[in-house]
Design a protein around this ligand. Structure first.
Ligand code: SF4
Length: 317
């Protein structure tokens, strides 16, 4: 069943940090919280889905780093427009998780917590201006899970000092922690951030689009094998093109990852000489984006013994 969520963006509210890559205003496309507008939107959302489990999600900030008064004010205001089938979801920072905060979250009807871990490796975190380490990140995750919340983890491949080894370490840790779901946001360079300076000085090289797609597709395979849901790849598409300086950003990035997974599936079947059947949606996916994936698929199939008939089937319009 599709999960019903009404997102409310709290751009950088509560965040006392400045990670070298971050500008939540630009990422969310929201400069500040318009409370009246959001309450009206949440009210409509709740009225449109009566008797259905659903969530109001506070994204884009570090909810538990807000002052207790602000947290109370936010949940009180939204409680006035929700029904008994609605709970809250928050995204927050691993440094602002402890037993007292989690007890408060429970009392406020928060059921799901997304932790912006970004990377579990200490050297990557420190190189990215995130002042915690592997142990702190793992401790926060365990506290959330053990307290009975649904836990989501956000990761950011491509951070400074990250590499294939650190990605493998992340997967080992995830395998043990078993969060309910993952969001993978490959790092991009946003105008006005310290990372832009590093990039312009030649001290930081972003992932290429192909690398980022490959890493996310690997995470999708990993998630399928470990029973963790991968619910999103790529940053939200609200960024203005002028704010993206470099890196693997595309509004349809998630679709690119799906196409890569399909290409892997087709190549695997072809290499085993097994039948390839594509439905309409899969064919559209392969043929979309000006033939980008057709070219990739053709190249991957070069080493497979594949008949002209099958090639016509795959690439014919
Ligand atoms: S990524 Fe999160 S913790 Fe870092 S500066 Fe942005 S809002 Fe704050």
């Amino acid at each position: 069943m599709k999960h019903l969520i009404y997102p409310v963006f709290l751009p950088m509210l509560g965040c006392p940090h400045r990670c070298i890559y971050c500008d939540q205003n630009k990422i969310s496309g929201v400069d500040s919280l318009d409370m009246e507008k959001e309450l009206a939107g949440a009210n409509r959302f709740v009225a449109n889905h009566p008797h259905t489990p659903k969530e109001i999600a506070f994204y884009g900030g570090s909810f538990t780093a807000l002052s207790p008064e602000k947290r109370q004010e936010l949940t009180d205001k939204f409680k006035a427009v929700i029904d008994p089938c609605t709970s809250f979801r928050i995204s927050t920072h691993p440094l602002y998780i402890n037993m007292a905060i989690l007890a408060e979250c429970k009392a406020q009807n928060i059921r799901c917590i997304e932790l912006g871990i970004q990377d579990f490796c200490t050297e990557v975190l420190l190189a990215s201006g995130r002042p915690y380490n592997t142990a702190t990140a793992i401790k926060a995750v365990k506290l959330v899970i053990d307290s009975g919340f649904t836990l989501g983890i956000q990761l950011m491949p491509g951070l400074p000092a990250s590499n294939l080894d650190t990605i493998t370490q992340n997967k080992h840790i995830l395998e043990k922690l078993k969060p309910a779901y993952l969001r993978i946001y490959p790092l991009i360079v946003i105008r006005g951030t310290p990372l832009e300076q590093q990039y312009l000085q030649g001290d930081y090289t972003p992932l290429s689009m192909e690398e980022a797609i490959g890493i996310c597709a690997d995470y999708a395979d990993f998630a399928a094998q470990t029973g963790i849901r991968l619910i999103k790849t790529g940053l939200p598409s609200n960024l203005k093109p002028g704010d993206v300086v470099a890196g693997p950003y595309h509004p349809a990035f998630g679709e690119f990852v799906m196409a890569e997974l399909l290409i892997r599936q087709i190549t695997n079947l072809a290499s085993k000489n097994q039948e390839i059947i594509l439905d309409k949606k899969q064919r559209t996916l392969i043929l979309s984006h000006k033939g980008r994936f057709v070219d990739i698929l053709k190249k991957r199939l070069e080493n497979c013994l594949i008949s002209q008939e099958v090639l016509n089937y795959l690439f014919g319009r």
